[in-house]
Write a new protein. Structure first.
Ligand SMILES: C[S@@+](CC[C@H](N)C(=O)[O-])C[C@H]1O[C@@H](n2cnc3c(N)ncnc32)[C@H](O)[C@@H]1O
Length: 311
């Protein structure tokens, strides 16, 4: 079989049933869907199978944590915070789930600062011809190639078993464009465009609320502030990181939180599906489990294993 691509809004609109769609949707369509309100419903589908250079998916949804958010917020509002709270929501992808969280929290808590972040904020592209566009990352990593009727993804490749022709073509296109990308960039022959993978609402909220701020941030790097509430959804996952890396993340978050602050972590699938996760209290040297949701045993054990000074 051959897999063709969806590289125009016209083609995207023609898809009647996304769960049956077998075509690869180009990430370049995110830009258009971010500018036009009536196209924003397509964002979920555009991000669904796009991943960063480490293979971590960018997929996210508005209303992703409906019940989970409500439970967490009920719990937090019953805590007696002595001062206005500082909150961080990390690894937010385009930020729509973070806007949900902020809207709910803003009603019920006295917020001092609401910070949200993601490490992969921008990707870049250059157009070689009307039918060829290369999409790449900051380190010149090839992400995607729009090539005539095809959309090739270099990170999440098509199955070799079902789409051998796509894989065969991808192999040679990868060799060719990997070498030539540097050349195209050096030559200054083609204009490089930036594609922000952040929902435009994030920037509107930043304008409207002086305590709301988005930053580009690697979860492994030191955070500037100490937070009372720290949330990371759909990143701390054994499909993405080995145990020692998860411990590194937990250590960094521990260093970035005030004692008696709350860590919220979890993973789920589609909007409002059950979350496997937990809420933890930060003490001077570790995290204590307050409540576990769904099946979070493996990650739970790693988080509870962490002890300051030991790792
Ligand atoms: C599956 S998405 C989760 C998005 C959102 N939290 C949600 O649950 O809907 C994972 C996100 O983690 C981000 N990410 C991957 N590595 C990261 C890192 N080292 N630091 C910060 N964010 C990272 C990716 O860019 C992606 O946006």
């Amino acid at each position: 079989m051959i897999k063709f691509g969806v590289y125009s809004i016209k083609k995207l609109k023609k898809i009647k049933n996304f769960s049956k769609n077998r075509k690869r949707i180009s990430i370049l369509l995110y830009k258009i869907s971010n500018h036009k309100q009536k196209l924003s419903k397509y964002k979920d589908h555009i991000l669904l199978n796009f991943a960063d250079s480490n293979g971590i998916y960018k997929r996210t949804y508005e209303g992703r944590f409906g019940n989970f958010d409500r439970g967490i917020i009920n719990y937090l509002t019953n805590q007696n915070f002595k001062k206005k709270v500082d909150i961080h929501d990390a690894a937010i992808s385009d930020g729509r789930s973070s806007i949900d969280f902020f809207n709910k929290l803003n009603f019920s808590l006295n917020i001092n600062k609401f910070h949200c972040s993601d490490f992969y904020e921008n990707i870049y592209y250059l157009r070689i011809s009307k039918y060829i566009i290369i999409v790449f990352g900051e380190n010149n990593q090839l992400y995607e190639l729009n090539f005539y009727n095809f959309v090739f993804n270099f990170i999440k490749k098509e199955s070799l078993l079902y789409y051998p022709i796509n894989r065969f073509l991808l192999f040679f296109l990868n060799l060719y464009f990997k070498n030539n990308l540097i050349y195209y960039k050096k030559k200054n022959k083609y204009k490089i465009f930036k594609l922000k993978l952040i929902d435009k609402q994030i920037f509107e909220y930043q304008k409207n609320y002086n305590y709301f701020k988005f930053t580009k941030k690697n979860i492994f790097d030191k955070f500037q502030l100490k937070y009372d509430i720290f949330r990371v959804m759909n990143l701390i996952n054994l499909n993405y990181f080995k145990e020692n890396k998860i411990i590194e993340i937990i250590k960094n978050i521990h260093n970035s939180m005030n004692d008696k602050g709350y860590l919220i972590v979890g993973s789920n699938q589609i909007p409002n599906s059950e979350v496997d996760g937990g809420i933890y209290m930060k003490t001077s040297n570790k995290f204590l489990l307050i409540k576990e949701f769904g099946d979070y045993k493996l990650i739970n054990e790693i988080i509870l294993k962490f002890e300051r000074g030991k790792y």
